[in-house]
Design a protein around this ligand. Structure first.
Ligand code: UGA
Length: 411
């Protein structure tokens, strides 16, 4: 097979961050792709050529692939697909993974096309592929994704590795060969666990560096960014995921660490390291708001500008956003909160500014809550006379007088 182009009839079920990016990338590589989602409004938007989510490069890939990608709410459109990727959500219910969408989608797929390879991309606990195989009688392949929102297209096209679990995986392997990335072929269970172990490890890494940041704040002359850089140059540690800040949010780490911990508990095992990272992360926002309050007489009646609303930069996704938690905490203490975000322009009861400079100049206190590059480039003069709390540690303390920067030990 031509390694650059691949011509497989592919179905993708669930057109959220994972599914839509998978569909767009695989279609742009020459495959013929049918994307199915039960959300009719989402399908209508996609049919009009509009992406329902903000994700860099996604519109471009969908545009390039227009002739070989179609969207539908009708599962019967999958009947001639050779490979079907399952990309539906796996939320937690009572801290345990809820497989209802996976099972419902798998049952529908079986109805229309039981001879295709059913590839689970959704994050599922070990043993799930086996259950889906029992339910459908299909060849079930585990192919977890490791893409980050905000760089999902890049991560899908150039992943560090591809993990494929199952007995008959050749077609799936061929689909991903264009990436040139190392491919691990293993059991379904290993593939499923690799995903959880990876997310849990990264969550632990973030909680670890945040705890080092707390320690830095007790030691004059230290700066967590420099400490992280010095640690990260050791290849055994690596530079990524050592950015101290508000703690991890988003739709994956909080959910997956908790589900993994409950899963282990059911097996009689206390994942104490993961549990500790979860607990630390849960306390992070209240801890930081308390630190802010300690630095001021009071928050009551103070005009506070929060920079960034999404759970991380380069996305408009608000799920488990630490920024929203900060805002709620500040409001409870009587602060008058307003916010600016580069891509989120409307949200419930938050006073949102379209103009970043005005949002800052109208406020007495400024808080960085998402690591958008735009914020690290703000003209330092705008901060003059303000109390600045750099909770994402993105401002240059030599340029901006910080009241508090996460992980900076003051003299
Ligand atoms: C994460 C993983 O990075 C992906 O590999 C995985 O595929 C995905 O979950 C998933 O399971 O679907 P994502 O949640 O999109 O991706 O975003 P990350 O870039 O991992 O950021 C997660 C959170 O950690 C954000 O709130 C971010 O601000 C925070 N973070 C990240 C830090 O506080 N410090 C860091 O150094 C890195």
């Amino acid at each position: 097979m031509d390694k650059e182009r691949c011509h497989v009839r592919i179905g993708v079920v669930g057109l959220g961050y994972v599914g839509l990016v998978t569909a767009a990338v695989l279609a742009s590589r020459g495959n013929s792709v049918t994307g199915v989602d039960v959300d009719v409004s989402r399908i209508q938007m996609l049919k009009r050529g509009k992406s329902p989510i903000f994700e860099p490069q996604l519109d471009e890939r969908i545009g390039n692939a227009r002739s070989n990608i179609e969207f539908s709410e009708d599962y019967s459109k999958l009947s001639d697909c050779e490979v079907i990727f399952l990309c539906v959500p796996t939320p937690n219910t009572d801290n345990r993974i809820d497989l209802r969408y996976v099972m419902a989608a798998a049952a529908e797929i079986k109805e229309y096309n039981a001879s295709s390879d059913l590839v689970i991309k959704s994050t599922v606990l070990p043993g799930t592929a086996r259950k889906v195989s029992e339910l459908t009688g299909m060849n079930v392949v585990s192919n977890p994704e490791f893409t980050r929102e905000g760089s999902a297209v890049h991560d899908t096209e150039k992943p560090d590795r591809i993990v494929i679990g199952g007995k008959s995986v050749e077609r799936v392997r061929e689909i991903w060969e264009f990436t040139g990335s190392p491919i691990i072929v293993t059991t379904n269970e290993n593939a499923e666990l690799i995903k959880y172990a990876s997310n849990a490890f990264l969550a632990v890494k973030i909680s670890f560096i945040n705890q080092i940041a707390d320690l830095c704040e007790k030691i004059p002359g230290t700066d967590v960014n420099v400490v992280a850089e010095g640690m990260g140059l050791d290849r055994r540690i690596g530079r990524e995921f050592l950015r101290a800040g508000l703690g991890y949010g988003g739709s994956c780490f909080p959910k997956d660490t908790v589900a993994m911990s409950s899963f282990a508990k059911e097996k009689g095992l206390d994942l104490s390291i993961v549990n500790s990272a979860i607990q630390y992360n849960d306390n992070r926002v209240p801890f930081l708001v308390k630190r802010i309050e300690e630095n001021l007489d009071t928050l009551n009646g103070k005009r506070v500008c929060v920079l960034g609303l999404s759970f991380k930069d380069n996305t408009g996704d608000l799920r488990e956003s630490r920024s929203l938690m900060i805002i709620e905490n500040l409001k409870r203490r009587g602060a008058v909160v307003r916010a600016y975000d580069p891509v989120v322009h409307y949200i419930g009861d938050i006073d949102l500014y379209d103009d970043l400079s005005k949002c800052i100049s109208d406020s007495e206190i400024v808080i960085t809550a998402t690591e958008w590059t735009e914020f690290s480039k703000i003209n330092p003069s705008l901060f003059r006379g303000k109390e600045v709390f750099d909770l994402r540690r993105i401002l240059d303390p030599k340029e901006v007088k910080l009241t508090m920067g996460v992980g900076i030990g003051k003299n």
